[in-house]
Design a protein around this ligand. Structure first.
Ligand code: AMP
Length: 309
């Protein structure tokens, strides 16, 4: 069975959207990635850190989904990473209101022995030095390293981020962040510039407008499924990344052609994530629902085009 090693935040989030507001609920990049990847028959494990305030039941919930949490350190006297965000009316953009690093500030990640030979490593959103420290502990070279990040780290740790970017095969990033990282408006030019920084493949996520996959001169586009209900986009990007990497780990094929499928699987899972607040929807998703929606994706995107003069 393929192994997927995940690093990222395990967090408390407080979210405000035009449809409502939550107090501190379960969140974090690695939480969404783990839940998303749990839909594939793979062995996945999270490396992260939480404080003594983090409920044990959340770890049990991840374990019940077959996500290994041995690599989640618990700092008893510390507080869990906290993020708060408010979405604008179109739900495509948001403002970060609070980011409290707490236990993340002095975190030295330790990769459990059994994950040091993982075929795929997903460096989810957190400090680039932590992402790098995880990569350095791998005992065998992973077949694929995927990196996801956000503007927060570009603002406060750009040189460190650039060092990790050099070492990865795929970067998944949203359109605004791709523009910030490359200094280019055109996403095509931005992707080329980011490829020159290291990754062979660049995935640019455009929220409800789908995702683009770039590799040299090849481009692939997958739309997002137009949904009737969107309550909370939080974690959609991480869920996408977890689905992308989970699918590649399951199929053991890292060709560009197969990455197209991975983009669709990632988009498919992200479409569930946004239907309820926080991780709620990702905790209840079933295989039947996933397959049903994949059929909808197929219907949405496939047609015979006739070109005539
Ligand atoms: P997304 O909506 O995919 O960008 O992911 C949102 C998740 O990322 C939330 O659950 C937050 O806890 C987490 N998050 C927010 N800011 C950061 C940050 N600076 N580093 C790592 N994770 C973060």
């Amino acid at each position: 069975m393929s192994k997927l090693l995940i690093v990222g935040t395990v967090a408390f989030d407080a979210i405000e959207t035009p449809f409502g507001k939550t107090d501190k609920i379960l969140g974090g990049a690695a939480t969404y990635i783990g839940l998303s990847a749990s839909n594939f028959n793979i062995q996945s494990g999270i490396v992260s850190v939480v404080g003594g305030d983090f409920p044990e039941e959340y770890l049990t919930m991840l374990n019940n989904k077959n996500v290994d949490t041995e690599g989640i350190e618990i700092v008893k006297e510390g507080k869990t990473f906290f993020w708060s965000g408010k979405y604008h009316n179109d739900m495509n953009s948001r403002d970060t209101l609070i980011t409290e690093l707490n236990v993340l500030e002095h975190f030295n990640p330790v990769v459990p022995q059994k994950f040091k030979n993982s075929e795929i490593v997903l460096l989810g959103n957190l400090h680039p030095l932590v992402q790098n420290a995880v990569l350095e502990q791998m005992e065998t070279k992973p077949k694929l390293v995927v990196l996801d990040t956000m503007n927060f780290w570009m603002d406060i740790a750009l040189p460190e981020l650039i060092e990790v970017i050099k070492k990865v095969d795929v970067i998944t990033i949203n359109d605004e962040e791709a523009r910030q990282l490359s200094g280019e408006y055109s996403l095509r030019v931005a992707a080329r510039k980011i490829q020159e920084m290291g990754p062979k493949y660049v995935v640019i996520k455009k929220g409800e407008h789908g995702a683009l996959l770039f590799n040299d001169d090849q481009v692939f586009f997958a739309p997002a499924l137009p949904l009737e209900e969107v309550f909370d986009p939080t974690g959609a990007g991480d869920t996408f990344a977890g689905g992308f990497a989970g699918y590649l780990a399951k199929t053991k094929d890292i060709s560009f052609e197969n990455m197209k499928n991975a983009v669709v699987y990632g988009s498919n899972l992200a479409s569930f994530c946004v239907e309820k607040f926080g991780t709620e929807r990702m905790q209840t998703i079933t295989k039947e629902e996933i397959y049903d929606r994949l059929e909808q994706f197929k219907e949405l995107t496939q047609y015979e085009m006739s070109i005539s003069n």
